[in-house]
Design a protein around this ligand. Structure first.
Ligand code: TGC
Ligand code: FAD
Length: 407
């Protein structure tokens, strides 16, 4: 069992969690990693074992976003791993980025959300589409965790179809006037800065950096989630917000700009969901050897072995897809459709594995003593955000046939 000593916990009021996670590597994929990749993975794994797994159950049960983790993520290099070092980033490759997301989501998808939004959806657009002044002003503070960021694309009536967005800004001469609302925004209630996508008078989409404290800007929190309970989610409301002209991202406009950010974040999720799958598989494998029924470990029964064998098969296939996609990302050759395939596949197999692993744990599987139920609930959001499971299928269908079936 991964959790020990309920008596100790009662005395101290704190869970005594012994995280014994071991990652599966059935096809010796470690041989494809460099020493640097392995070091990065080891340091994030240690961080997760120390800072996340002992606390995550309490945070989730209480729907508590542990704001203190933001600085710690900054210290351990989880924010903007691929952003150049001169702006405070890690200057690493995409395999390292993937491994970081894998390890964090092995701990919890909500924690990975915090990190991937900051890196791929806030730092990336500022780095890619921002001016040199914007890069210098925002990136080091975001990299260190001094500031937390969020990304506002989705609106109450425009989720899968962000191109229909209504949020808009007008040129008032010395500033822009921003109006509208965004919904389902990770990190928003605590964010210092928001990268917001809005249409100008001509209906062209641009990115604007909106800062907490600007008059007319508010970030109400969304309550009552059954998923990603340690991640804070909210709205972004813009009521005649005066945005300085220097806060417009100057170097790209159109829907393609936010979609490029999504490519980066969806890539990270491909690895991240795999981390959640590995955690569930590892817990189930161990439990199947410890739990005795009919005088034998349940792992000796064929039906349990079938579940474990299928989990390992899917994890191994997904590991190979993610590694290869990382190489294509590093070469600048990865396509949106390739990223869709990986995101869609990793999340779907992780959700299946969480369910099967929960079954192997029987009744114990529904408790917070084990991670499967939490991962399962989290993965329902991951299946929907960053493009739903079906939207990614349609992106693949478009790629295969040349015919878009979205509208
Ligand atoms: P479509 O006509 O296909 O494209 C519009 C323009 O964009 C260009 N483009 C891209 N450019 C760069 N990179 C990409 N990946 C691109 N994909 C498309 C395209 O060439 C076109 O350019 P132009 O010059 O011709 O205008 O757009 P569409 O309106 O038909 O929509 C396509 C669709 C449905 C695939 C897309 O809108 C989509 O992906 N929808 C899903 C929305 C989504 O994923 N939202 C995510 C919100 S953020 C989030 O969920 C964060 S959760 C974070 C966390 O907590 O971890
Ligand atoms: P809809 O678009 O209304 O879709 C509903 C259903 O209809 C889905 O099953 C969908 O697949 C289906 N559907 C829609 N269009 C089609 C079609 N053409 N063909 C077939 N089926 C279709 N957004 C941000 O901008 N920033 C964030 O930080 C962020 N964080 C999030 C955090 C959480 C916890 C959640 C749940 C969401 C977050 N989102 C964020 C929003 C997320 O990206 C959207 O929820 C997602 O894109 C889907 O939009 P929707 O919820 O409006 O669903």
């Amino acid at each position: 069992m991964s959790v020990h000593s309920a008596e100790d916990s009662k005395k101290t009021g704190k869970r005594n969690f012994n995280d014994q996670f071991e990652s599966p590597d059935f096809y010796a994929i470690d041989d494809l990693l460099t020493e640097e990749h392995k070091l990065v993975r080891a340091s994030i794994r240690d961080f997760v074992k120390k800072e996340i797994t002992p606390n995550i159950e309490d945070w989730c049960q209480k729907a508590h976003f542990p704001y203190g983790i933001v600085r710690k993520f900054g210290d351990v290099g989880a924010f903007g791993p691929t952003i150049p070092v001169e702006y405070g980033g890690g200057g690493m490759d995409y395999i390292s980025y993937g491994l970081i997301m894998q390890e964090i989501e092995r701990g919890d998808s909500g924690m990975r959300s915090t990190a991937s939004v900051q890196g791929s959806l806030v730092m990336y657009p500022i780095y890619k589409f921002g001016s040199e002044e914007q890069r210098k002003k925002y990136l080091p503070k975001l990299a260190s965790g001094e500031w937390l960021g969020c990304f506002g694309l989705t609106e109450p009536n425009h989720g899968s179809n962000p191109g229909g967005m209504l949020t808009n800004f007008r040129d008032m001469g010395d500033h822009y006037l921003l109006n509208g609302a965004k919904m389902w925004i990770s990190n928003s209630p605590k964010a210092d800065v928001a990268v917001v996508w809005a249409k100008n008078e001509e209906g062209r989409i641009h990115g604007l950096i909106v800062e907490r404290g600007m008059e007319g800007f508010s970030t109400p929190e969304t309550h009552g989630k059954w998923s990603l309970r340690a991640s804070t989610t909210g709205e972004l409301v813009f009521d005649n917000v005066k945005v300085p002209k220097e806060n417009l991202l100057p170097n790209k406009s159109g829907l393609g700009a936010p979609l490029m950010c999504l490519d980066s974040a969806r890539y990270g999720i491909s690895w991240g969901a795999l981390g959640a799958a590995m955690d569930c598989y590892d817990a189930a494998r161990r439990y199947s050897l410890e739990r005795i029924q009919f005088d034998k470990p349940i792992g000796s029964f064929q039906l349990v072995q079938k579940k474990l064998a299928e989990m390992l098969t899917e994890i191994t296939k997904a590991q190979l897809v993610c590694w290869r996609l990382g190489k294509l990302m590093d070469e600048g050759k990865a396509t949106t459709a390739q990223i869709s395939l990986a995101k869609r596949n990793s999340v779907a197999i992780a959700l299946d594995i969480a369910r099967e692993a929960r079954q192997i744990h029987g009744g114990m599987g529904i408790t917070g003593e084990y991670p499967m139920m939490r991962h399962m609930m989290n993965l329902e959001s991951v299946l929907t955000y960053e493009g739903t499971h079906d939207i990614h299928l349609l992106i693949l269908g478009h790629e295969i046939t040349g015919i878009p079936a979205f509208k």
